[in-house]
Design a protein around this ligand. Structure first.
Ligand code: ATR
Length: 285
């Protein structure tokens, strides 16, 4: 029941109709018996400034931020987590008595999903497919944690991989290789790799028959993390399992980024299994 004391959280983005976050967070609030509600707010690019002022005016406790606002929201906040500042993108805002602080729980959520599987990226060799926004957040937290990265992007946008690599090198003083995404480049780097991360949208519903790399390149000692969560098990993950590799679904990153936001807003441990189940249920709709 919504009451006069109900605390409000939500999501700003455009579009937001297909977001899993309302289902995931409202299930978590209910499970913890919290007087909180999570609402979707569709905010056009041109209205972002008003929306951010509205957080304070309406005493909203916290927000998730999605496309197209993750970068442009930064100058509108009062404080910024150092890693979110380095990444240059925010997906979670907490309102502490009128002071708005931004975080990037996409990056932290990815790391937590790995650590939960007892995989420590420090000192590991990691191959990243894609050089967009998600790749940037994940690459930064992996580099900060001590991983060695190779970033591959399709030829058309190879420049993005080079820029991202240079930006990580400058920030963390760690050499990052950027290559064109093709089999010739992939084969040798994958042979030396411990972890493969797909941050491209290849394989995402409705194109569930697609995969970013040929199955013959997958070996049993590899951990394959596909950040695509719809479907929960992509063709890449199915082929990774067939090769005897460990497969981690983007669902885990999605649920962990939500769990970390939940913990910031409520100060309580997130009910992970409840959030995972609610997300899977929402995905089936
Ligand atoms: P996100 O915020 O999810 O990272 P993004 O910034 O659009 O989204 O980045 C998506 C990544 O997937 C990019 O690296 C993109 O490659 P380009 O930079 O060349 O666009 C990659 N990508 C998308 N579709 C792809 C495809 N069919 N093959 C290979 N890479 C693809």
């Amino acid at each position: 029941m919504i009451s006069g004391k109900t605390k409000i959280c939500g999501l700003i983005g455009d579009p937001i109709e297909h977001s899993m976050s309302p289902a995931m967070h409202n299930a978590a609030f209910k499970n913890r018996g919290l007087d909180y509600v999570y609402l979707p707010f569709r905010v056009a690019k041109t209205r972002l400034g008003e929306a951010i002022l509205g957080i304070k005016a309406l005493n909203i406790r916290g927000l998730n931020v999605t496309i197209p606002h993750k970068v442009s929201v930064i100058p509108l906040l009062d404080e910024l987590d150092p890693l979110a500042e380095k990444i240059g993108a925010v997906n979670t805002i907490i309102n502490n008595d009128g002071v708005l602080k931004g975080y990037n729980t996409d990056a932290h959520g990815f790391l937590r999903a790995l650590l939960e599987q007892d995989i420590e990226p420090d000192g590991k060799s990691i191959v990243m497919l894609g050089a967009g926004g998600a790749s940037r957040a994940i690459s930064f937290i992996l580099a900060e944690r001590g991983a060695n990265l190779v970033i591959l992007n399709r030829q058309l946008e190879l420049d993005w991989a080079v820029k991202l690599g240079n930006s990580i090198s400058r920030t963390f003083g760690r050499e990052v290789k950027a290559l064109e995404l093709n089999e010739q480049n992939l084969a040798p780097v994958l042979r030396k790799a411990n972890i493969l991360v797909n941050t491209t949208s290849v394989g995402m519903s409705p194109n569930t028959n697609e995969t970013p790399i040929p199955a013959r390149l997958l070996e049993s000692d590899l951990v394959v993390f596909d950040i695509v969560y719809n479907p929960v098990k992509t063709k890449l993950l199915t082929e990774a399992e067939s090769a005897g590799a460990k497969a981690i679904s983007g669902l885990e990153m999605l649920v962990w980024q939500g769990a970390l936001a939940f913990e910031m807003w409520t100060g309580l441990t997130a009910p992970l299994e409840i959030m995972r189940k609610a997300t899977i249920r929402a995905l089936k709709k």
